[in-house]
Design a protein around this ligand. Structure first.
Ligand code: ATP
Length: 363
């Protein structure tokens, strides 16, 4: 069964949109499966909330249709959509106990008291709220209140989807880390479709099976966390995912070689690129090695940042900045070193989009 289908969906807040920039959400066609954990990831203003509001019924799209389980819900109000929502800030009743808060969405839909108790106990246990069930919400910390909000979103067993809008914003950093993993675990247990909006790549990559990366109103890639890391299809994804992001170097192509300034890099395969396109070679810092002089392409080290688990060397190749992951102990002896690229991990990008190798070419 299909959970959510977005057909030729687009939205402009302007009454007469004419240019692509007039759209807060550019056309998307997506099918999201029942029980999936999805994240909408992108920087502020990229259209995440617009898309979420279209799913929840707060915004009627200016173009296209939204289907829940083959039911056209495009114009249905929120309360008729059978969805649950969790917002950035707690939405709870302060005067009620935690149990009453969690039970509320179930009582509202006429569930029998025994069923309510079982479900509330289950959700409270998943969120470590069991001990607080009989306390009034009023005296609890902001963290605990947001956990109740999460519980209220998760408690109904019959929803089409649970929508989360940056739900961990108010959570203390330490607890944030725990809750992120917990939400993933809860998703596995409850197997309900969850859609999680965030601008934080760690939250998106920890939580989601599939991440929908958005930039300037456009879905630039939908993929598993591994796919986004290993094979970004758009320059934006390479840059946005990873810390630091992918390196991009302007290049030209000749047969199976890429040329960066005066240097050649063997790609092992050839690419048929539009000769007028802006061409770039993309490679993640993890797939470049520093080597002694004479081995690879000569670079100069600008500085080395210690990130705890690893270190990042910032170097210059032909004047271009390049980030390289280096081991904790690096005996350089000199600022003049070389870099070696793992050619299997190189992507070629034409006008910001990854291009595939040419079938005919290559070793
Ligand atoms: P944030 O993380 O800051 O909430 P976002 O990725 O959720 O950003 P949206 O809020 O969907 O992005 O905004 C997308 C674009 O649409 C932005 O340019 C924004 O200014 C515009 N926009 C959002 N809501 C409205 C509105 N009600 N009227 C007009 N323009 C809007």
């Amino acid at each position: 069964m299909t959970a959510l289908r977005l057909e030729k969906l687009a939205h402009s807040y302007k009454s007469h949109p004419s240019r692509p920039e007039d759209y807060a959400l550019k056309e998307i066609n997506q099918v999201w499966q029942t029980g999936g954990a999805y994240a909408l990831l992108g920087p502020s203003g990229c259209g995440k909330t617009t898309l979420l509001n279209i799913l929840s019924g707060l915004v009627i799209p200016s173009q296209g249709r939204v289907y829940f389980d083959d039911r056209d819900v495009t114009e249905l109000p929120t309360e008729k959509r059978n969805i649950a929502q969790v917002f950035q800030f707690p939405v709870i009743y302060d005067t009620m106990t935690v149990r009453e808060n969690l039970a509320f969405p179930l009582k509202n839909r006429g569930m029998d008291p025994a069923g309510i108790k079982t479900r509330v106990d289950e959700i409270a246990a998943l969120l470590d709220l069991s001990r607080d069930l009989d306390r009034r919400a009023k005296g609890l910390t902001a963290d605990a209140k947001q956990k109740i909000s999460l519980g209220r979103g998760l408690v109904r067993p019959d929803v089409t989807a649970v929508l989360f809008d940056e739900p961990l914003t108010v959570i203390d950093p330490q607890l944030k880390w725990e809750l992120r993993s917990k939400l993933k675990e809860i998703h596995r247990k409850l197997a309900v479709t969850m859609i999680y909006v965030t601008h934080d790549q760690t939250e998106a990559l920890t939580f989601a099976d599939k991440v929908i990366v958005m930039s300037e109103g456009e879905v630039v890639q939908i993929g598993t966390p591994e796919e986004l890391f290993e094979k970004p299809l758009h320059r934006f994804v390479g840059h946005f995912i990873g810390s630091p992001g992918m390196n991009f170097l302007p290049c030209t192509l000749a047969g199976t070689k890429a040329r960066i300034g005066g240097f050649e890099i063997d790609l092992g395969v050839s690419f048929a690129a539009d000769p007028k396109a802006k061409l770039e070679l993309g490679i993640r810092p993890d797939f470049i090695k520093l080597a002694p002089p004479g081995v690879g392409l000569p670079v100069r080290i600008d500085r080395i940042d210690d990130l705890g688990r690893n270190r990042i060397a910032h170097v210059r190749l032909e004047g271009q900045r390049l980030a390289v992951t280096v081991p904790a102990i690096l005996e350089t002896g000199s600022d003049d070193l070389t870099v070696v690229f793992d050619h299997r991990r190189i992507g070629i990008f034409a006008n910001d989009r990854r291009i595939e190798p040419d079938d005919r070419g290559g070793a």
